[in-house]
Design a protein around this ligand. Structure first.
Ligand code: ZN
Ligand code: ZN
Ligand code: ZN
Length: 296
């Protein structure tokens, strides 16, 4: 059992009220199955998909999505597969239960609202708080609410904004509107940050300037005016461009290639001298071997 499950078990056993989030690697992938008609239920759809024996696709759950209680014949199915499953084999299925079907990505709502406690930001499947009624803000599930009249909104009380006249499920609630606005702003900020990072990376990438070029310093900037950025860099003073290749360079990230070559050259000379000394010291023996091999 992993730490996440252990913690949940401890909290449940201790009767602690809490809510949590599904770890990213366990979050199922969900697809919308459209086009199935004929009053099929979730189990029938699940069985029909399972019978296809799709490779690497583990179906976790099938949920019927009815848009309007008054029009029960209008529905889609939400098919959830495990996080490590492939969606592609599923999307390739064009016929199911003798009908033509299609698949779409499930669009997630901007604001998540818990159907158990009515709080904004987590799902009921991860909620272990006391149930709160969406209609009257009482400590009971909505099915047990004493308010049976759906049309009279005056008795309804929203637990999130604490005002009378609407339920906690009302999309026009100021708290839901605020959460929606904040989420949109966060999304926009994330998009802007990603854009900035991408721009920063692209500025560091200069066409025609390879890693090998980088190792020998900035010399090759002179021969890479392929891009406007490269052109900008060629306007640097020449001595600055060569700063990494001078012996007293102050560029700590690039090794001095001339020094490396000098060291290598010294090592090769030393090796040759050693071999030469061995030949001289063993010249009699070598002559003898060469004579035996009839070689001069
Ligand atoms: Zn909740
Ligand atoms: Zn109630
Ligand atoms: Zn409200």
């Amino acid at each position: 059992m992993n730490t996440y499950d252990k913690l949940i078990n401890i909290l449940k056993a201790s009767a602690i009220q809490f809510y949590t989030y599904t770890p990213r690697n366990l979050k199922p992938k969900s697809l919308v199955l459209k086009g199935i008609r004929g009053g099929y239920d979730e189990t029938e759809v699940l069985t029909a998909i399972t019978d296809l024996n799709l490779p690497n696709t583990k179906i976790i759950k099938v949920r019927k999505l009815i848009f309007n209680k008054n029009s029960p014949d209008k529905y889609h199915f939400i098919v959830s597969i495990s996080n490590d499953s492939l969606a592609a084999p599923l999307v390739k299925v064009k016929r199911l239960l003798s009908q033509t079907c299609r698949w779409e990505r499930l669009r997630k709502p901007i604001v998540f609202q818990c159907r158990r406690c009515q709080q904004i930001g987590h799902a009921s499947s991860n909620c272990f708080l006391k149930p709160t009624c969406s209609k009257c803000a009482g400590e009971h599930e909505v099915v047990n609410c004493p308010i049976k009249d759906e049309t009279d909104k005056s008795k309804q009380k929203c637990v999130n904004c604490n005002s009378l006249g609407h339920s906690a499920a009302y999309k026009g609630c100021p708290m839901i509107k605020l959460a929606s606005k904040l989420n949109k702003q966060i999304k926009q900020q994330k998009a802007n940050t990603n854009k900035t990072v991408l721009n920063t990376i692209s500025r560091k990438v200069t066409p025609g300037y390879s890693f090998a070029n980088a190792l020998v310093g900035n010399q090759t900037h002179l021969q890479a005016p392929l891009h406007s950025h490269a052109r900008e860099e060629t306007t640097l003073p020449i001595n600055k461009q060569y700063s990494c290749s001078t012996s007293n360079n102050n560029c700590s990230s690039s090794p001095n290639i001339e020094e490396l070559f000098a060291n290598l050259k010294n090592e090769i000379i030393k090796e040759i001298q050693d071999v030469n000394a061995k030949i001289i010291n063993n010249s009699i023996r070598i002559d003898h071997i060469l004579a035996q091999l009839n070689m001069d």
